[in-house]
Every structure is written in structure tokens, then in C-alpha cells.
Design a protein around this ligand. Sequence first.
Ligand code: FAD
Length: 551
Amino acid sequence: MREVADAIIVGAGLSGLVAATELAEAGRSVVVVDQEPEQNLGAQAFWSFGGLFLVDSPEQRLLGIRDSVELAWQDWQGTAGFDREEDVWPRRWAEAYVAFAAGEKRSWLRQMGHRLFPIVGWAERGGGAATFHGNSVPRFHVTWGTGPGLVEPFARRAREAERAGRLRFLWRHQVDRLVRTQGAVTGVAGTLLEPSHVPRGAASSRVGVGEFELSAPVVIVASGGIGGNPELIRRHWPARLGTPPAHMLSGVPQHVDGRMMAITEAAGGRLINRDRMWHYVEGIKNWNPIWERHGIRILPGPSSMWFDATGQRLPAPNYPGYDTLGTLRHLRTTGHDHSWFILNQSIIRKEFALSGSEQNPDLTGRNWRLTARRAFGKRAPAPVEAFKAQGEDFVVAPTLAELVAGMNRLTRTPLLVLADIEWEIVARDRELANPFCKDAQVMGIHNARRSLGDKLVRTAPPHRLLDPAHGPLIAVRLHILTRKTLGGFETDLEGRVFGEDHQVIPGLYAVGEAAGFGGGGMHGYRSLEGTFLGGCLFSGRNAGRSAAKSL
Ligand SMILES: Cc1cc2nc3c(=O)[nH]c(=O)nc-3n(C[C@H](O)[C@H](O)[C@H](O)COP(=O)(O)OP(=O)(O)OC[C@H]3O[C@@H](n4cnc5c(N)ncnc54)[C@H](O)[C@@H]3O)c2cc1C
């Protein structure tokens, strides 16, 4: 086995790229191995919406949002609900990460050319007590250029290091084993896969054409989570979320296969909080899929009415964009895998954003003219209209009777009763006669519109859902969509992996989703959103800098 570099990084996603560029710029030599072909550079982050959690940013201040590190940390703790012995390092990571998000994160990215869309979104609004889950204020900052715009500076820095001879990418190198020598991790071994020319994101072949073994004093696992592996998700699905759904869409490409979890464990790494995961409840089947079971998440504004499969309106605070896992837990008690949004054209136009770089050509293409259309006009952004026309989960109708009949046609047995749904919607519509009311969702709509960003592009003016002037009516069948892994390898603040004996394993680091975005799960049970890419940036940066110093 030959020593190939100062450091080997497993994974060319965002966290791997950040760690690699930090090492290379500190003068160290780096090899990045990835099982996918070169067109996959950036991995999940390329497909992402590029949403980033920032605290007390100039963008927030410009919109009149008063945020602070104290408020953000209060929100984080209420959301994470840290309550385990294993939460010592995750909690430390979380505290350091909130400080990073309130401090250097924005300026560090900005000096690399990264820019933000000026309107700050309000994800995970919570809807319970001040000390419980949710963002007290809008904090979701969208990268101008979405995921590719965030990957860009790191890909550029990596290519510069490559030209300078300090960094090498080894594509189609699938790691099957970490090499341990006298207690330390000293390299990786695996299968050389046949070349693949499939488009980015499509499943590439796993046919081996050889083997490889590489050694280095530092190995950084940056291999992502388990979101593309339904079998692993079901195995670790927590009882507190009910039973795992029989039917799930996948919000990530197949390379998010979780294989490196068992491989790193076999080398002694301590994997904690594996029952903590983050799946969405507003998934729709992609009519134009890139990967198998490809689902898209609707990032919903607050006005759609949410019904379970049998037509019961979901109880407070399970409203669109409020509490992802709380809603998931509720839906798992209904005995069905799907649920329904009912809305109309005015709401879809303003409130439906689809997560994913390819679903937002205006923001991804940095096109101001196209982006401005989000605020005006009768039509939703083109990708949303395309789903409305072609997505198998959409029903569009002029009257409620026709809408409910269309919804019933989409399920094996007709579970919905028109009179029940009409009763709920008419009652909700009646609450709109006053600027005050008792319906918590309607109260939330009024509250959302006090935020300038929501008023401009995210929350439709309150109106009666059944008012034909706002039609046609739209129903969307929603599926559970797998995405993020919140647990991972327990690491210290430098990204060094602990063994089962609670001692750091010399030479072994973990970053990004594989490390639970830091520490083995800095989110605890839940996320405030925009914190995953940020966790990759922060953990990749810490580990890259620390490993460079240790060499
Ligand atoms: C559609 C979408 C939208 C998203 N939007 C947001 C958002 O707005 N905000 C946010 O914060 N987060 C978002 N996320 C989540 C975020 O993008 C991911 O959590 C993050 O990019 C994970 O990065 P990573 O480097 O940890 O892993 P990955 O991106 O999964 O990269 C891991 C790499 O390791 C390679 N690998 C794995 N195993 C092996 C092996 N055995 N041998 C060799 N190579 C291996 C894989 O091929 C892959 O290239 C989104 C994700 C998706 C898919």
C-alpha cells in the first residue's frame, strides 16, 4: 500500500470539498475518492435549494427582522430537545454552530463570491411555546444560484488546488473498508468501478473492474447519510414516529446509500443517534424523475389546508411549514401513508416553492427578471405549473365537488366525503370575515404577513378558499419523502471520531451528514432548516483546518 497524500477524503459532496480545500490551502496534499463519476461533483448540495440558516444577517435587518444569537440558541435548544447522554458533543457542536451562523459564516462565504437572495424565508415556524420547536423569526437565506451557487466556490478552489498539484480526485473509487494499523486509521481500500457516463444524479453502475488500497495519515469520512436507502431507514425508524410508511419517495439520489456507516463502524467509529432522522411530509412524485422514486418537497407557505387521507383536517399546529416531524408523527397515527393539501390558484402562485436547484431555474440561473415574477402575475413559477399540469398527485377543478371526486379517483378506495371537507373549508372561510379569529392557521397567516418577505413572495393575502375569483381549486396528494440523517459519528469539535471506548481514533475524522453535521447529531431530534448545508460547511471547515494542523 502506498502513501498517496497527507489526507484521503471519502466523498466529493459539500462537506468533503470544504475539508479538502481547507487542507490544500494549508499546503497539504489531498486525495478525494468518490464512488460516483466526475459529473457528480458536489453530490447532494448541487441538487439542494441552497437554503442557509443565518442569524442577525444584514438581509434580516433590511427586512426589519430582529434576530440575535440568544434567540437563535433558545430556538435551537427547543427544537433539538437534547436529552441523552450521547448529546454532549452534539450540544457543543450546536452551540458552536449557532455562533458561526451569527458570526463568520456569511462573511466567509461572501469573500469567496457567494451571494444571497435578499428575501429571507421563514421555515419551521413551530406554532407551540416559545421554548419549544421552531424559528421565532425568518432565518432561511437562499443562495443566489441555489445549490450550484453554494458548491461553486468550493469546486473552484478544489480545481485550483488540483492544478497546483495539491489535490487529486479519484472517481469511481468505492470504499469498502477503512485500513487500521496499530489502532490508527491509515487508509482506505475498495473496488474500482467501471466508468459511467450517466447524467448527474442518475444511478451509476456498481460493476467492479479492479481493487485499490490507498494510505494516508488522515482519513476524513464525508460520505453523506442514509436518505437514499429505504431499508436502513426502516430498520432505524424510531417508535416515537409510529411505524415506517410502506410507501416513501426518495428526496436524494441513490448514492446516499449509507454504506460507509457500517464500514466506519467496522473500523471502530462510534455511531450515535441513528434513530434521529428528518423526512418531509410534503413530498410529490416527480413527473420528470432523475433518480428512482424521485420525490420533490414542496416548501409550503402557510395557507393550504391540510387533510389526512380520510379527510380529517390536521390538528394545530400541524400546518404547512410549521413542524415537520410533529406532522409526520401525527400522520403516522392515521393508518395511511398519504395526506392532502387543498388550496387554490392564488395560494399555489405565491406559496408553492419546490425544493431543488433544478426546480428553481430563476434563482439557480440568477435571473432577476424571472425571479421577480414570483411576486406578480397569476401563474406560479413554471416548474410549479408543470407539476400542476403533469404531476400525478395534482387535481385541479372548478368546484369542490369535482375536486373531491378527482381526489377520490387517485386512491384505491374513495376515502373522502365531500360534506365533511366542505364543512371544514366553509368554517375556515367564515373566520376570514374578521382580522381576528380563533382558527390558529388563519391567525398564523395574519402573523406571517407581518413579515415583509412573506408578504411579498410567500403568503397569499387572506381570502376565502372557495371564492371562485381565486380559483381553480387544487388538491395535492402528499407523500413522505426521505431526506436527512440527523445522527452520525460522534466527533469532537475538530471532527475527530471517537471509538466505543470514548477515545479519539487517531487519523479518523468525519464531517457533514456522516457526522450528524457535527458531533454525531448537532440537530438533536429536529431542525430549524437551512442547517444541513451549513453543518457541512462548518464541520468540513473545522476538520480540514484541524487535520492540516495535526500533520
Ligand atoms: C433536493 C435537496 C434539497 C436540499 N436543500 C437543502 C437546503 O436548502 N438547505 C440545507 O441546509 N440542506 C439542504 N439539503 C441537504 C444537503 O444538501 C445535504 O445534507 C448535504 O449536501 C450533504 O452533504 P455531504 O457532503 O455530507 O454528503 P453528500 O452530498 O451525500 O456526499 C457524499 C459523497 O460521498 C460519496 N460516497 C458515499 N459512500 C462512498 C463510498 N463507500 N466510497 C466512495 N464514495 C462514497 C457519495 O457518492 C457522495 O458523492 C438538500 C438536499 C437535497 C437532496
